[in-house]
Design a binder for this molecule. Structure first.
Ligand code: FAQ
Length: 311
């Protein structure tokens, strides 16, 4: 990497130009993007499991159709994110291997169990709500393929968020038991949703370089605050209470101030010790092994076609 190339790259990023796969980029930029995009892809793929578990138990045909569509969207997001990551030069096989070996992370949020139907509401509302807050700025990420993938992903996440909120609204306006179920789901998903935004800024190892390279446009704490500010009034609107006794509105600043996040829990979850980590990975490994014949058949077909062309 010579100094002139580096300076030209930095200038292009500063000018809001998109960096494309064949353009020069510093090795560290390529590395952090491969890391972030592939971990994002892994999150979408592992993220199908908590809701996938409820498809057969959806309470009506309408709810089932919406949930099925949402889980299929997550699979699609995973696939185009893998494709975006591959443009940086690491193969799909290698990226998947990094997930299966435990070398690559996926979002902490998908290591929590889905205990009742209300969890489908809480996930759509909170988890997809947090995902949108984080992903809208990624539509302006300096790396072209990632930014373009995010535009479509965000449109679909917006539908996911609405379907979740509508489930919560319906339950909250239902019988006392249904309302209690919605409240219980909110109580369990609230804090883990705040953890999705990553460690506090002071502990975020990648933030400085990612902000400078315009991969990230807002810090972890900034996005977390935006999410809290947007979500608290939505909870109040449907008559639910947030499980945070320290939550207060700071009139002067115009922000909801929240209590202390349990970062020890976050650390444990990303270290593999969350309530469902082992189960999620075992399910993923089995799905991968069960799909071996598809990869083999695709390879055999590709070889046959190549042979026919040369013949
Ligand atoms: N879980 O220095 P930072 C979805 C790791 S949404 C696990 O702050 P960075 C949609 C981080 O990787 C969820 N690990 O890192 C959906 C790094 O470790 P590393 C996926 C976390 O990258 C909804 C270390 O901590 N969304 O899937 C987490 O600058 C419903 C230090 O952290 C994305 O991936 C965490 N929560 O900022 C699907 C969005 N937070 O890599 C199904 C794209 C941090 O050195 C159902 N990603 N870590 O080993 C990002 O925006 C960023 O990567 C952050 C982290 C903001 C997540």
């Amino acid at each position: 990497e010579d100094a002139a190339q580096l300076a030209r790259f930095e200038a292009r990023v500063a000018d809001e130009e998109r960096i494309e796969p064949n353009d020069f980029m510093p090795a560290a930029y390529r590395r952090t993007l491969t890391r972030q995009i592939s971990q994002h892809a892994h999150s979408e793929i592992i993220g199908m499991q908590p809701e996938g578990n409820w498809i057969t138990r959806a309470p009506s045909l309408r709810r089932k159709a919406a949930l099925l569509a949402k889980v299929q969207d997550e699979c699609g997001h995973g696939l185009y994110l893998y494709a975006a990551a591959e443009t940086l030069g690491t193969s799909r096989e290698e990226l998947v291997e990094q997930l299966l070996s435990g070398k690559a992370k996926y979002s902490s949020i998908f290591n929590y169990p889905t205990l009742t139907w209300a969890d489908m509401g809480a996930i759509g509302w909170l988890v997809d709500g947090a995902a949108i807050m984080n992903q809208i700025p990624l539509c302006r990420c300096s790396y072209g393929p990632y930014a373009r993938a995010m535009i479509r992903v965000c449109k679909e996440e917006s539908f996911h968020q609405r379907q979740g909120y509508e489930i919560m609204l319906t339950l909250a306006r239902g019988t006392a038991e249904q309302k209690e179920m919605a409240q219980d789901a909110l109580n369990r998903w609230w804090w883990p949703s705040l953890m999705m935004f990553g460690p506090p800024d002071a502990a975020s190892s990648h933030s400085d370089s990612s902000m400078r390279w315009k991969i990230k446009r807002f810090s972890n704490d900034e996005l977390r605050q935006k999410f809290v500010d947007a979500t608290v009034p939505q909870a109040h609107f449907i008559g639910l209470t947030l499980p945070d006794p320290d939550l207060t509105f700071d009139e002067a600043a115009g922000h909801w101030r929240y209590g202390t996040i349990d970062w020890e829990e976050f650390k444990q979850v990303i270290a593999g010790n969350g309530p469902c980590n082992r189960d999620r990975m075992a399910t993923r490994r089995k799905a991968h092994e069960d799909g071996a014949w598809v990869r083999e058949a695709a390879r055999a077909f590709a070889e046959k076609r190549a042979a026919a062309k040369t013949a």
